[in-house]
Design a protein around this ligand. Structure first.
Ligand code: HEC
Length: 136
């Protein structure tokens, strides 16, 4: 009786270890993914982004939700806030869209290059800005 329950427990441990190994393989794959992509918890658009596999162009909304919302959602560090005219209009008037795009790609004061989205193409950054200023 006792021996049998030990065997059952032993088998469960073996199964758990096997599962843990599988999981760590997943974790390794996760770790060797291209760096720089920021994932925000609760982002419903992430599935779409993951499906891209680097080949397709992500929409401005997806890029924004992955990389920009952390600062541009609440105006962290003085970041111009999502679709707030008073935050964006003076910048557009002063520099024009192309210059804002260039600053977003290269970095500008506390604005990190590509907004920390290292694997974003210039077009994806452009789409994210367009999404942030849509309708202002
Ligand atoms: C770590 C916080 C942070 C993240 C993440 C971030 N930004 Fe910013 N961003 C800022 C701050 C702060 C400014 C204001 C910089 C200033 O005017 O001094 C800014 C300014 C900008 C500007 C205006 C530049 C100008 O010339 O006035 C654009 C465009 C921009 N961000 C785009 C983006 C995009 C697109 C993303 C996501 C791909 C992003 N940012 C992610 C902090 C951030």
């Amino acid at each position: 009786m006792k021996l049998k329950s030990w065997l059952v427990a032993g088998a469960m441990v073996v199964a758990a270890v096997a599962q843990a190994q599988e999981m760590s393989e997943e974790a390794i794959k996760d770790r060797i993914k291209p760096v720089g992509s920021v994932h925000v918890a609760g982002d419903e658009a992430q599935g779409e982004a993951a499906g891209g596999g680097g080949g397709g162009t992500r929409s401005g909304e997806v890029v924004y939700n992955n990389a920009c919302v952390a600062c541009h959602g609440a105006g962290v560090l003085g970041a111009p806030k999502m679709q707030v005219t008073a935050d964006w209009q003076p910048r557009l008037d002063e520099r024009g869209f192309d210059m804002l795009l260039e600053n977003a790609i290269n970095g500008y004061n506390a604005m990190p290059p590509k907004g920390t989205c290292g694997d974003c193409s210039d077009d994806e950054i452009k789409a994210a800005i367009e999404y942030m200023i849509e309708g202002i």
